[in-house]
Design a protein around this ligand. Structure first.
Ligand SMILES: *Cc1c(COP(=O)(O)O)cnc(C)c1O
Length: 410
């Protein structure tokens, strides 16, 4: 019998009851804007910032309208100028180069390794050659590079680091929460990430001036004293007339939905790891597949799974993706000629300087990616792995393959 998977790769868990109740309370009183408070009231957004700062051990935290808004705010806080080159990962998703482009700055892409982390040798070469001041480092799909080596290199090169932790919220490197190595850490609370408020994001830092600039940039008017995870008013006094308002605040409704989810992050990481290990076990030893090694120091959140089909020609990868799709398994392929759904790659971002990155192309040509939502059970994952393994063997062994169109699905 041919097995089929009938679950959804995009179905997240519901909002916890405590979040629903808190959200309804905000709706009932109607003060959704973060600065709309009555005497003695502390806004949900200010409390959320205080609680998230405590969770990652940061001095300052600002909640924003999206993860992309957080990255753009971080770049503005570091005073990146139009035309300036900003180093970033060639393997990431569109909001990352988009945040750079939103300032009129230019992404300078750094190669990805076979372990799906930034190539530190290429980073060193490009940093030396470009005089870039800032690295927007994306921990893409939750793969964290050697952070000690990266930070030592960036200190030596005088590069400020902004971490894109959209896929590493709740993860750690040698016990240090992701987002706490660089000058600024950015997170997303969009539905597909590790906390869900539909849209939303955070920025954290220990630098008082960067934090004050970020709060002013987010659109605080002269109400910054109502923040709790922000520097003291003197820091703002020096800056408040020089920093523009680039409105991108979070509101109290989203903050109410998010607050109870912070305490769930560690348990979610543990549950995601169970799913991740089930997939790893199911694909171990399948011929033609390279699984991604996970370093011992990386306490990762396995909310998605990647593997490589090294040396596979494009027709064969397309035939494999189509064959598993016909059995209900939705895989993304980063080597597809055209962007599909969320899966685009650096060559598709034409607003950036066109570059040739053959090493990255080689990795992405065989890179397969899938979501593992927490609505999956380990049995679901085992079934998905069986389907993938069967089709890999079948397609790898097929003599000749007609080109197939891969259905765009998200
Ligand atoms: C989702 C995501 C972001 C932020 O996205 P928003 O939708 O703006 O919250 C940033 N980087 C990566 C790699 C992402 O996947």
């Amino acid at each position: 019998m041919t097995e089929r998977f009938t679950g959804s790769f995009t179905q997240q868990e519901p909002i916890p009851e405590a979040g629903i109740e808190a959200a309804v309370a905000v709706l009932r009183h109607g003060r959704l804007h973060r600065y709309n408070t009555v005497a003695g009231e502390v806004a949900e957004t200010a409390l959320l910032e205080e609680e998230f700062a405590a969770y990652v051990g940061a001095k300052y935290c600002l909640a924003l309208a999206s993860g992309g808004a957080a990255m753009a705010c971080a770049l503005r806080a570091l005073q990146v100028k139009p035309g300036e080159l900003v180093l970033s990962n060639a393997f990431t998703l569109a909001p990352v180069p988009g945040a750079i482009a939103s300032l009129g700055a230019k992404p300078l892409f750094v190669d990805v390794t076979e372990d799906l982390t930034i190539d530190l040798d290429d980073l060193e070469r490009k940093a030396a050659r470009s005089f870039a001041r800032v690295l927007l480092l994306s921990h893409m799909r939750g793969h964290v590079c050697d952070m000690e080596r990266l930070m030592a290199l960036c200190d030596e090169l005088e590069l400020r680091v902004i971490e894109d932790c959209a896929h590493t919220m709740g993860a750690k490197w040698r016990g240090v929460p992701s987002g706490r190595h660089g000058a600024i850490g950015c997170y997303s609370t969009q539905t597909y990430k590790h906390m869900n408020s539909g849209e939303g994001g955070f920025l954290v830092t220990d630098d008082a001036e960067l934090a004050a600039r970020a709060v002013l940039l987010s659109g605080s008017y002269m109400l910054y004293a109502r923040h709790r995870a922000a520097p003291s008013p003197e820091v703002f006094d020096r800056l408040k007339l020089d920093v523009p308002n680039v409105s991108s605040r979070m509101d109290n409704l989203r903050a109410a939905i998010l607050r109870p989810q912070i305490a769930m992050l560690d348990d979610r990481r543990a549950r995601w790891r169970v799913l991740y290990h089930a997939m790893e076990a199911g694909l171990a030893g399948v011929p033609g597949v390279r699984l991604i090694p996970r370093p011992q120091h990386e306490d990762y959140v396995g909310s998605s799974f990647q593997f490589l089909l090294p040396g596979w020609e494009a027709e064969r990868v397309a035939a494999f993706v189509a064959a598993v799709a016909a059995r209900g398994v939705e895989l993304k392929w980063f080597g597809a000629a055209d962007p599909q759904g969320f899966t685009s790659r650096y060559a598709h971002w034409r607003y950036a300087e066109p570059v040739a990155l053959p090493a990255t192309d080689r990795v992405l040509a065989g890179l397969i990616d899938m979501r593992l939502p927490l609505t999956f059970t380990p049995e679901d994952v085992a079934l998905i792995a069986r389907i993938i393994a069967e089709e890999l063997v079948r397609v790898a062994g097929a003599e000749r393959l007609a080109p197939v169109a891969v259905a765009a699905a998200d």
